[in-house]
Design a protein around this ligand. Structure first.
Ligand code: NAD
Ligand code: MG
Length: 394
């Protein structure tokens, strides 16, 4: 019998989240083909310990320093090494691995994602905010380290699969589809009264709270336009958004000869993750299968930018360049958190981003320190805008 191949070493940054769970599901289904090097989380210490224990992870890092004692206690009888604090999360990202899932939510994932890229193997990128804030740096660092950066975001993964990278000039348009979220047909008046519970109830996808709110405002698609502009260098004007409520077609590429290639799959994040996990091979995955006959109908419509003003903000930020996308992202994170805390209303989220973009100047972001500075400044200004709006609230 031929010897079985060495297991692939994998790390999961953001292991306790929605993407983390889908990733673990695929890895657990792969038997002894994988060995877990590092897993990380922010505060869910018991969950992180359970993941480390069941997977035999070599290292577990919790971002909240105060939880080091608890993590150590939980894993005392295991060989797993433990660490705490943002430095420990970065250390986890730097460990030797053949594949790293970057699935921390928000700009908090910036430094760990960059560390994983510098470590240089294959990085599956779910943490779109890192690419929004520092896309050029991430791509540059990947080129230096030889890291293969694979998009795990479903739309970008679909585009990646049908993109003829050797004939970028022949591309007329890249389309990202959008489900339209829970308020696709809602009036602005209805949206004004939306609660966090309604906003996170996504019609097709089960995701973390922040990205669910982003889908409801369509800021998610705005972030994805910026993400796509870094991954696929065709120019922002060639990246379009089309609303497709069934979430079956995830991305399309139109070529100059009239051909249109589309990536389809049932709405299940395990499919794009499995693609990145096996790339360039393909593994057997347990994700939901697409039943075209049962689906029966696929519909498409242009997005309504009057009801969803978030969509145009991506283009404003890309054209402004420098720190503008950092400001957009930071203000959105602050505003989403304030909405989830019921300090501002649903429509205030995008208004906060607009106001913050208008009052924060654009500076160059040539290195990661400049990105982090711009992120901090935008957060401070966005908090002020939130405070003003919350004082105005009834
Ligand atoms: P989630 O909230 O379910 O999980 C986030 C993970 O990040 C958790 O493990 C959490 O512990 C960790 N985390 C949060 N703040 C942190 C911090 N300050 N330091 C270290 N770790 C921290 O989010 P999710 O839905 O899994 O999304 C993760 C990323 O993937 C986001 O960038 C999101 O936009 C992207 N994404 C998600 C989906 C999806 O279906 N869920 C689809 C496409 C892209
Ligand atoms: Mg997406």
């Amino acid at each position: 019998m031929p010897p079985s191949p060495e297991p692939r070493r994998v790390s999961i940054l953001g292991a306790t989240g929605s993407i983390g769970a889908s990733t673990l599901d695929l890895i657990n289904g792969g038997g002894d083909r994988y060995r877990i090097e590092a897993v990380t989380a922010r505060t869910k210490v018991k969950e992180l310990a359970a993941i480390a224990r069941s997977t035999g992870a070599a290292y577990a890092a919790i971002a909240d320093e105060r939880l080091l004692g608890e993590l150590r206690h939980e894993l005392a009888d295991t060989p797993t090494r433990v660490g705490a604090g943002p430095g420990a999360v970065e250390e986890a990202a730097r460990m030797d691995a053949d594949w790293v899932m970057a699935a921390i939510v928000g700009a908090a994932g910036l430094a760990p994602t960059l560390a994983a890229i510098r470590q240089g193997t294959v990085v599956a990128l779910a943490n779109k905010e890192a690419l929004v804030c520092a896309g050029e740096l991430m791509i540059e660092e990947a080129q230096k380290s030889g890291c293969v950066l694979l998009p795990a975001d479903s739309e970008h993964n679909a585009v990646f699969q049908v993109l003829d990278a050797d004939r970028i000039d022949a591309i007329e348009k890249i389309w990202l589809t959008a489900s339209g979220g829970p308020f696709r047909n809602a009036t602005r008046a209805r949206m004004a009264a939306a609660t966090p519970e309604e906003a996170i109830r996504h019609p097709n996808w089960s995701m973390g709270r922040k990205i669910s709110v982003d889908s409801a405002t369509m800021m998610n698609k705005s972030l994805e336009i910026i993400e796509a502009s870094h991954l696929f260098p065709v120019g922002e004007e060639k990246i379009g958004v089309i609303v497709h409520p069934e979430s079956i077609v995830h991305g399309l590429v139109s070529y100059r000869d009239g051909s249109v290639l589309a990536g389809l799959a049932a709405p299940d994040m395990r499919t794009p993750i499995a693609h990145t996990l096996a790339w360039p091979d393909r593994i057997q995955a347990s994700s939901r299968r697409l039943d075209l006959a049962a689906t029966a109908q696929l519909t498409f419509e242009l997005p309504d930018e009057d009801r969803f003003p978030a969509l145009s903000l991506a283009r404003t930020a890309i054209r402004a360049g420098g720190s503008a996308p950092v400001t957009l992202n930071a203000a959105n994170e602050v505003a989403v958190a304030a909405f989830l805390d019921r300090r501002i209303g649903f429509l205030d989220i995008v208004a906060v981003v607009e106001d913050t973009l208008a009052c924060v100047g654009t500076v160059a972001t040539d290195d990661i320190a400049a990105v982090i500075m711009a992120d901090g400044e935008a957060r401070r200004r966005a908090e002020e805008v939130v405070l003003k709006r919350s004082e105005r609230a009834p």
